[in-house]
Every structure is written in C-alpha cells, then in structure tokens.
Design a protein around this ligand. Structure first.
Ligand code: SF4
Ligand code: SF4
Length: 329
C-alpha cells in the first residue's frame, strides 16, 4: 500500500500546513506564475515551468539583516519560523546544488540556518526513484492522483495528514516530460566547460558582440536559481550607537561589481563581465563541483531585456569548439 493524495486536495494540504508553517508555493497571478506565501484560498500551480524569481529567495533573501551591534552588544537576527516550499524538480535540483555551494567552507551559516528550518515538497510528472533531495515528492500518476514519496522525517510528518489515503499504487498514465535540447546540453558539463574556456581566446567576436548587446542590468543573475553573489554593508545610526550588518543580492554583470578601493575595476567592460558570468557557471563551477551551475530553467533568457539566449550561445560555442577540434585531428 502507498500513500496517495487527490490533486484537488493539494491546496487543502497547503492551507492545513499553514497552521504550523509558513508555506510558499507557485501561484498564478495575472499572466505569470510567481512564488507567494499561501493563505487559505490560494490555488497552487503545481505544473509551473518558470517563475520570475526562484525559490532561492527564501533561503538567501534579496535583502537581509544579518546581525546588529547596539551599544557594543551583539544582537543576532531573530529566529525564523519553520517554512515549507512547494517547487518543481528543476528548482529542487537548484536548491540541492546551492546547498553544496553554501556548505563549502567558509560555510554560509545564514543560508544553512534557513535550510535547516525548511521543508521541500517537490511535485513532478516524472517517475521518482531514489532520494532526490526533497523531503517529500508528490508524483503525478494520472489526471487526478499524486503518489507520495517521503525521504525524511519532515516528509513523514506531512504524510500524517488525513488528506493522504492508503491505496494500491495507481497505474501511471501521466505523461513523462521529455528532456529538451537545453537539458541535453547540460548532460556534458565537461564539454561545456571546455567550449566556454576555449572561446575566450578563440572566439573573441562572440563575447564582443554579446558585450555590445548586454545592458549590464543584472536581471539574469537575480532570476537565476543558482546565482548567489551578495554584497554586504554596515548601516550606522546617526549617533553611532547602533550598526546593522546587511547583505543584498549582487550581480557580477553589474558595472561596479569588480570595482575596488581607488576606483580600479577588474572587469571594466560589459564583454568582460558577461564572459565572467559564463565562466563562473560553466567553467569554474565544473572545476569545483563537477557540474555546470545551471539547471536549464530558462529564466535568464526569458527575462533578459536584451533577448540574450544562453541556450543558443552554448549551442554555438559547442559547435564551434567541436569544429575547431575536428579540423585539428
Ligand atoms: S539580463 Fe541580459 S542584459 Fe541584463 S545583464 Fe543579463 S545578459 Fe545582460
Ligand atoms: S537557465 Fe539561466 S537562470 Fe536558469 S539555471 Fe541556467 S543560467 Fe540560471
């Protein structure tokens, strides 16, 4: 016997969970699906493909006060209420990757504290095998039923809800999503790393052209579920009795990101900055973690005001790299 839940009961599950947790889930607002805190009446958009802002904002807020010093006394930020995030498998994969990044020494204790009080509930149409990094995954089996897979104690607690029923595993008739071209490109992170690194010297026109189009607005970084750069600043009260350490999202594509005291900028041009964004995601991340820092969610290309499409850029770089290396052999 397995635990199943009818699709129409999932909003009720979410509102039941709001009694003990803050609950965030994708909901439809106007023409967009966005992450939002759930209240009693919200419908959850279980099969969303993209939201403008990714769920990283719940673990790494866009603006946050880390601690303050008042009259020479350290005051830590207040505790965080346990929270639950409903998310799809790509966003889940991104959170799992961010966990690895943030656990690396020096660990980001502020991020990890939020993760320790959070529960991840993934929804998917794909067959679920071993532990996928969620606490609970709801697998769509047919048009009306989800099968629950719990992987942790937090997941088991949710399964205690009377909305889940014991039943034989329902036949699977929900269609498995097919991998798209972008997903397939990411399967060979090593090749992407070689192609991007090779292009710096061997295809400078690519980066010059992109440097002319890129507006250095930083949107691609803010919407990316895996970009994590922040800047910190201390805000001091006028009488000097209180100082608050704050951090906020930053972006390596912004003009002053690599500027240092004295005014020198290590990446003064858009071309340098945009290449650096690629380098970090596809070369440095591969060298550090063995995989590209991208889950093919498509947010950066959808929301880029200049229409820059990283899937097309990567495809071209890989083709050029392969051509150049075929000629040599
Ligand atoms: S969103 Fe587009 S225009 Fe803005 S920094 Fe990123 S690539 Fe450049
Ligand atoms: S597609 Fe763009 S936004 Fe999505 S993970 Fe990859 S780089 Fe980030």
């Amino acid at each position: 016997m397995a635990k199943i839940i009818p699709e129409k009961e999932i909003p009720s599950l979410a509102s039941e969970l709001t009694k003990t947790h803050t609950v965030y889930a994708p909901v439809i607002k106007g023409d967009e699906t966005v992450f939002s805190e759930i209240n009693d009446s919200a419908e959850i958009a279980l099969n969303y493909s993209q939201t403008p802002l990714p769920p990283k904002m719940y673990f790494l807020p866009a603006n946050e006060e880390l601690f303050k010093v008042v009259d020479d006394e350290l005051q830590k930020a207040g505790g965080i209420k346990p929270f639950i995030v409903f998310l799809n498998l790509k966003d889940l994969k991104a959170v799992n990757y961010l966990d690895k990044i943030m656990q690396k020494e020096p660990a980001d204790t502020f991020y990890l504290q939020r993760r320790s009080v959070s529960t991840l509930v993934a929804t998917t149409e794909s067959a679920v095998g071993s532990h996928n990094g969620s606490d609970l995954t709801l697998e769509k089996r047919n048009n009306s039923t989800y099968l629950a897979h719990s992987f942790t104690e937090k997941g088991n607690k949710i399964l205690k809800s009377s909305l889940f029923k014991e039943a034989p595993i329902p036949e699977k008739s929900a269609q498995e999503p097919l991998p798209n071209h972008f997903d397939e490109l990411l399967l060979d992170s090593g090749l992407l790393a070689q192609a991007v690194e090779w292009s710096r010297e061997n295809s400078p026109s690519t980066w010059e052209a992109l440097g002319k189009i890129c507006l250095s607005c930083g949107i691609c970084t803010y919407v990316c579920p895996l970009c994590f750069c922040t800047s910190t600043e201390d805000k001091t009260s006028i009488d000097g009795s209180e100082c608050t350490r704050c951090r906020k999202w930053d972006a390596c594509t912004l003009p002053r990101f690599a500027q240092v005291a004295g005014g020198h900028n290590f990446r003064p041009t858009q071309k340098d900055r945009y290449y650096n964004w690629f380098y970090h995601k596809f070369v440095r991340a591969y060298k550090e973690f063995g995989q590209a820092q991208c889950v093919a969610c498509g947010r950066c290309q959808k929301y880029c005001p200049a229409g820059i499409d990283i899937e097309k850029i990567l495809t071209r770089l890989v083709e050029d790299y392969k051509k150049a290396h075929t000629k040599k052999t």
